[in-house]
Write a protein that binds this ligand. Structure first.
Ligand code: MRU
Length: 352
């Protein structure tokens, strides 16, 4: 992606093993690169959402696993060190399937071929992430007609992957191919990934958009202002039930009611055949301070946290919800667009 005229990836690993990532907690107010020189710092970056979004979390997890192998080799650590690192990575954020996929791949590569093989595999996963996202853009573009108004939730854009994105990739491709598109950006409380990150990305791309409050989408659907909904996914079960950012379920129910196509965009590492349905998908519950407090920029340019609830309130903060397959029109993958049925998903993941 281009930022201030220079090319960036959301996350990458330097030859010396340092993992670099765009500091997403400081966007859109500051653009800064965060450096992590050891696997435990990379775990903290995933947990604290310096890097976030299923694709980018997966790549970060792969890099963290590779850093653990590098550290083990350098500091002559025993096998337990690697197993502890793996467990730590897997505990950092429990919902995104991509994290487990990447950790396991790099773990196996490292066991078989040592630190160099682990690093090679982690870099390979980062490259694949970009290739899959670009292909999702191509397939998704075919669903977008000229002058479409598109609703998206959270941030499933360049920042949620190494580049391109999932839900935003088709929008970028449509815009690039000369179609006029307009995006309704759900604010996406409590962390406001829509208002902060999706809006920031669309500004870079000069794609017109409006941020809407999280409870406004139903109104705009009823008024006939939304032609299609596209969101990302953190995990897709074998039957097509899909976990994504909290609030996605409500958008899908509204879209069904008003007859608006509702698409999920996700690469194949987001599918989890071990989950037979959405009931099996673990839902992360985050610190309730994210609901009770908001951080933003003051008129004087300082970043400040303010309380936005009655002092003494308690809260709940599930980070994701599950949209049943029956509410999903189709899933846009790097291989093509499928209807979310068990049969289609099994065929997609086991082509013969
Ligand atoms: O909590 P986040 O910001 O990591 O959640 C991100 C989302 O829910 C995205 O929509 C999802 O990861 C799909 S895009 C990779």
């Amino acid at each position: 992606m281009k930022v201030n005229g220079s090319d960036y990836r959301t996350i990458w690993m330097e030859p010396d093993g340092t993992v670099k990532m765009i500091h997403q907690n400081e966007l859109p107010f500051r653009f800064r690169i965060f450096n992590s020189t050891d696997y435990s710092t990379t775990i903290s970056a995933i947990r604290d959402m310096i890097v976030r979004g299923a694709g980018a979390i997966g790549v970060a997890a792969g890099f963290a696993m590779a850093q653990a192998f590098l550290q083990a080799e350098k500091e002559k650590k025993c096998a337990d060190f690697i197993l502890q690192a793996k467990a730590g990575i897997e505990h950092s954020r429990p919902t995104a399937r991509n994290l487990f996929y990447a950790t396991q791949k790099v773990f196996e590569a490292g066991l078989a071929g040592g630190a160099d093989a682990a690093v090679f595999q982690a870099q390979q996963l980062a490259e694949e992430d970009m290739i899959m996202s670009a292909a999702i853009g191509q397939f998704g573009n075919e669903l977008i007609r000229n002058n479409f108004k598109i609703l998206t939730h959270c941030n499933a854009g360049r920042l949620a992957f190494v580049d391109h994105g999932s839900a935003l990739a088709p929008i970028y491709e449509a815009h690039r191919s000369g179609k006029h598109v307009f995006v309704f950006v759900d604010e996406t409380r409590p962390r406001s990934q829509g208002a902060r990150l999706t809006a920031w990305e669309l500004l870079q791309e000069r794609i017109p958009f409006d941020i809407i409050s999280d409870n406004a989408a139903g109104h705009f659907m009823k008024e006939g202002e939304i032609d299609i909904v596209i969101t990302g996914a953190d995990r897709i079960a074998r039957n097509g039930d899909t976990a994504n950012k909290i609030g996605t379920l409500e958008k899908a129910i509204c879209a069904k009611y008003f007859g608006i196509p509702f698409y999920i965009a996700a690469p194949t590492p987001t599918f989890d055949l071990n989950c037979s349905s959405g009931i099996d998908i673990p839902i992360e519950e985050r610190n309730t301070d994210e609901v009770l407090w908001q951080t933003g920029q003051t008129r004087h340019g300082n970043l400040n946290a303010v309380m936005v609830a009655a002092p003494g309130s308690t809260a709940r903060n599930p980070a994701f919800d599950v949209t049943p397959a029956e509410l999903i029109t189709g899933i846009i993958t790097e291989i093509g667009v499928i209807k979310p049925t068990g049969e289609n998903i099994t065929k997609l993941l086991n082509p013969s």
